[in-house]
Write a protein that binds this ligand. Structure first.
Ligand SMILES: [Fe+2]
Length: 445
């Protein structure tokens, strides 16, 4: 039976990728791998090919889930009648000889009698890390570091709420959030202020799935008249990230400005990914210290006991990159963990060198050239990457003859407020999922 491999994957790929293999010439069989000459002589090990087979026997046609374990593939898997060093051109080979090349791809009959087919595009996509990334839309989703000057040139820093009704507008906004970690949606209705019916819930669910925390699904940041609680005052809030005392802090945060009748209260955003890259180039030893020294974050209040240690700069692959002194560019960074207000006491064994390293990092973060500032207007909603982009807010003052309105309920009665943001957190995977699906649909429309 002929098993078609990779057909379903190709249906999800952008059409631009389907045209990129211009020539399709020949393959050569070696002892352990198939060498595809049109893909820069990429070697595809037989064990990888057999394990990656997506035929109905290998991948369930309906669930698209793998039906065998990688550990099940025999270590000596090879095509039937393998001839070492045999070059097979398009239109040559046969099932009997184990490998056959056609205009569409490569068919392999395995020694145990099964047959797989590997489409040209499937092989191209998996030939190297870069093409695999591109197939998963890295160009529109991978983090791009920014400064104050460069973020203003990003294509969709401000988008109209109405534009999110169209797939193109929504994909552009989500792509902006994934790439730069910062997007402002303007013109979001402010009339509904109750969590169940407010526009932020609708907006957030367009982007992804709301992450519920002990603050609830949606929560309010308000300035309360005569407040005794610092959280509800007009004091300065320095650069920070939210909920770093969680094992898995929320990736994105959305803040919708429902009311703003004060002077000041400007929001600040800083790309800590860019700051990390700057530190890498300025002082590699200090960069390394921030990737390896755990910092404690905690919330011991209001009946909660939350505690987690994270390194300030979290590498994607610490085992590979933390001690690789030959690197000339920053290694991939998965998250930044920087939130001074939520720090607990540092571990007693923290190296003395860590303190000046953290000071240096803070100085880079505080550099005005790295700061994007914006005063939210009523109807603006900012979404940002809470694992990468720091946020802050300056103090604000009451206007003459302050315009107070009822805010959220505290205890028995309404509070009065003149600055009111409603917020929520969003999970990362739902946003990535929707933007990739949207890009696939746009590419095929
Ligand atoms: Fe915050």
């Amino acid at each position: 039976m002929l098993l078609k491999t990779g057909t379903q994957i190709l249906q999800r790929l952008p059409t631009r990728a389907a045209c990129s293999v211009r020539t399709w010439t020949s393959v050569t069989t070696s002892r352990d791998a198939l060498i595809v000459h049109s893909l820069k002589d990429t070697s595809f090990p037989y064990i990888w090919l057999r394990d990656s087979c997506q035929a109905p026997e290998s991948v369930h046609p309906s669930t698209r889930q793998k039906l065998h374990r990688s550990s099940d593939v025999p270590l000596d898997t090879k095509p039937a009648n393998l001839k070492d060093g045999a070059k097979i051109n398009v239109g040559e080979g046969s099932a009997e000889t184990g490998v056959r090349v056609s205009e569409d791809g490569v068919e392999i009959r395995w020694a145990d009698g099964r047959t797989s087919f590997f489409a040209r595009e499937f092989l191209r996509v998996h030939a190297n890390e870069q093409s695999l990334k591109e197939a998963h839309f890295s160009e529109r989703t991978e983090s791009t570091p920014w400064t104050s000057a460069t973020i203003t040139k990003s294509p969709n820093l401000f988008v109209e709420y109405g534009s999110l009704q169209e797939r193109t507008g929504l994909v552009d906004a989500m792509s902006q959030l994934l790439k730069y970690g910062l997007v402002f949606v303007t013109g979001v209705p402010t009339e509904e202020k109750v969590n169940e019916t407010c526009e932020l819930k609708t907006l957030a669910e367009k982007f992804g799935e709301i992450r519920r925390t002990f603050y609830g699904e949606l929560w309010d940041v308000i300035n309360v008249q005569n407040s005794k609680n610092i959280a509800y005052t007009n004091l300065d809030l320095g650069l920070h990230m939210d909920l770093l005392y969680f094992h898995h802090p929320p990736r994105f945060q959305a803040l919708h400005c429902l009311r703003n009748r004060v002077i000041g209260g400007t929001s600040f955003f800083v790309d800590a990914l860019h700051a990390s890259h700057t530190l890498f180039h300025q002082d590699r030893a200090q960069f390394d210290l921030l990737t390896t020294t755990p910092v404690a974050f905690q919330y011991l209040n209001d009946g909660h006991h939350l505690y987690k240690q994270h390194p300030t700069i979290q590498l994607e692959d610490p085992a590979k990159d933390a001690s690789n002194l030959s690197l000339t560019s920053p290694p991939p960074i998965s998250h930044i963990n920087y939130s001074p207000p939520f720090q607990g006491p540092l571990p007693l064994g923290t190296p003395a060198e860590f303190y000046p390293a953290l000071r240096k990092f803070s100085d880079i973060l505080d550099d005005p050239q790295n700061t994007y500032s914006y005063t939210l207007r009523e109807g603006d909603c900012v979404l940002f990457d809470n694992r990468r982009v720091l946020h802050a807010r300056t103090a604000f003052q009451e206007k003459e003859g302050a315009d107070w309105v009822p805010g959220v309920k505290f205890g028995s009665g309404d509070s009065m407020t003149n600055r009111w943001l409603k917020g929520c957190y969003l999970e990362a995977d739902a946003v990535s999922d929707r933007v990739r699906v949207g890009l696939t649909k746009l590419a095929s429309s």
